[in-house]
Ligand binder design. Sequence first.
Ligand SMILES: [Zn+2]
Length: 291
Amino acid sequence: MRRLSKNGQRGRKTRTSQDGGADLNHEISCVLQGQCRTGRKGKGWKTCESPQAYHPQSSSEAIAILVLANHILANEHFLDGFGHVSIRDPEQPGNFFLSRSLAPELVTADDILRLTLEGDVVGEDTRRPYLEKFIHAEVYRARPDVQAVIHGHPLSVIAMSAINVPVVPVFHMAGALGSGVPVFDAYDPENGTLTRTSEEGRRLADCLGQHTALLMRNHGAVIAAGNMAEAVMTALALRDNCTIQMQCLSAGVAPSALSPALARAAAALNFSQNPLFRAWNYWISRLPQPQ
Ligand SMILES: [Zn+2]
């Protein structure tokens, strides 16, 4: 894969990439201008006013967005020490980017690996990817429309996955859940609930179908979306939706759900440019600034 800056320290001057000396900062300009570990301005996370904020046009931009998404999802407590997020390479759609096995909050551009849809790391990089890389590989293989995949284990999601009650959208931000949220439980017993083979990943992708989110029973969730902002928005909405549903169920009341028409309208609005920009920059503004 393309080798990126070795600079892993917040607030330090960035080095150039190693393949021909191109300046990574220059290439990805706006997307990375606030990403202090690789960004030209280098003083902290900053919001971005370009659609490239979450619509990468190049491999470098995709990596920048992926690093940012790792930090956003950790900061918003969708991911903790475990869980992972990936992005498809816009320049080579048969590849995707995923961090080496590392807590998302610690991920820098230098930790990003390039993988094939078979789940193999490209090149001679021997660093270990996440065991559950097959979730990402098989979803990208099955769904050409998907550009970003998130897998995490929020408690409310695990709770809903463990009871026989379907997730239904109970508020506006969860409109994307209106098409249904399938539950995957066709685990290989020898792997526990971890998806560690292509075959198991394929079963999971089959279960996901054309939906945006899927629960893994007694484990967590998978979100598959057309861009990173949609994926993060859906992940956070799924987590909160599960919390609300569990609160209603704990009170002995089955919550009313958005009708299919209301859910469709909400999803269309949420995934339009203004709400995505607004949310994306809000999440960036909440990231802890480097010391
Ligand atoms: Zn997991």
